[in-house]
Design a protein around this ligand. Structure first.
Ligand code: RIB
Ligand code: CA
Length: 319
């Protein structure tokens, strides 16, 4: 499966890239390029972090920088969850490679022509780049196989009582994607909040006393502390973006139902809410596969296997 990732690389995006690297080395996905977007942090930082992560996993994936702000609203960064550098204040050395000269939106459109009906767009962040691409090229939806996105919720939000961060950061762009006609799998908080690590899950990682292990553990612990500060007890490292990557590799990790989904762009209290029409006779044709159940243990085990593989120098052992 050809995958074009779009990310606002903060802590869980980084864990998602580590996870994807394992799947890529196993030949289960083919990530061909990556775009970046502002979200958890400014796009300049998310670009730098994305380049660094691909470097850390030994994969030469082209990275194109994308939108530096949402279409209409100001960006709400989440440095309290991801750190000032977006990577848990690990303050890594800058990446060796630079982003390509292409804009992330142009990259989406170009690759959709190069791989017609083959490309999966996997979105870890706000949908600004994707939204612009679908509006700029009205035939893009016919050439893209599917969008798998981490975002939205039907049972309760995180940045507001009803809205999830990626959608809330750019509801107009999200709406452009949801109304484009492209097949969508929505991996929202309803399932991502069931896939998390607790401190006790980190024991096997702690035994590996090397630089990679220290980096990954700092990411996880930073997020646990942030969630604790937000009131979650016990502290959790929630695997939002990694789960959407997991569904890209193993679609049967989640059970989905097809709904028509609207994105609220105007409500004073509901802006950024994803509204699934779950009535037996919805007004509009259902088009979005909304994930409602997840085999959480299977995914967490699979995720830990990937992280341990990387910590142990996985890709370096391959010829
Ligand atoms: O709501 C969780 C999402 O918002 C994740 O993608 C996280 O990285 C942030 O972007
Ligand atoms: Ca993200």
């Amino acid at each position: 499966m050809k995958v074009l990732l779009d990310a606002d690389t903060g802590v869980d995006d980084a864990l998602g890239i580590l996870y994807l690297a394992h799947a890529q080395h196993q030949g289960l996905v083919d990530v061909i390029a990556c775009g970046t977007v502002g979200g958890n942090i400014h796009v300049d930082l998310s670009t730098r972090n994305t380049l660094k992560l691909w470097e850390l996993v030994g994969l030469d994936i082209p990275v194109a920088a994308g939108a530096n702000k949402p279409l209409l609203a100001p960006l709400h960064e989440a440095k309290h969850v991801h750190g000032d550098d977006g990577l848990a204040d690990t303050n890594l050395e800058p990446p060796v490679r630079q982003p390509t000269d292409e804009h992330a939106v142009d990259q989406i459109i170009r690759l959709s022509h190069e791989y017609p009906e083959e490309l999966t767009l996997l979105a870890f962040g706000p949908l600004t780049n994707l939204g612009v691409a679908f509006v700029r090229d009205p035939h893009l939806a016919e050439r893209v196989q599917r969008v798998i996105l981490m975002g939205g919720c039907v049972t309760g939000g995180n940045v507001t009582p009803v809205a999830e961060a990626n959608i809330a950061n750019d509801p107009e762009a999200a709406r452009m994607v949801f109304t484009s006609g492209v097949p969508i799998t929505m991996i929202g908080l309803d399932v991502t909040h069931q896939t998390y690590l607790l401190e006790e899950d980190l024991k096997p990682l702690q035994r590996l006393d090397n630089e990679r292990a220290r980096f990954a553990l700092q990411l996880m612990r930073f997020m646990m502390n942030a969630y604790h500060e937000l009131g979650y007890e016990p502290p959790l490292c929630v695997l939002h973006d990694p789960l959407s990557a997991g569904v890209c590799v193993y679609p049967d990790l989640v059970r989905t139902d097809k709904y028509h989904v609207e994105v609220e762009t105007r409500g004073q209290f509901t802006r950024g809410m994803t509204i699934a029409d779950r009535r037996p006779r919805p007004t509009y044709e259902p088009t979005v596969d909304v994930a409602l159940e997840v085999d959480a243990q299977r995914f967490v085990d699979n995720f830990m296997e990937a992280i341990l593989w990387w910590m142990q120098g996985g890709e370096k052992q391959l010829g």
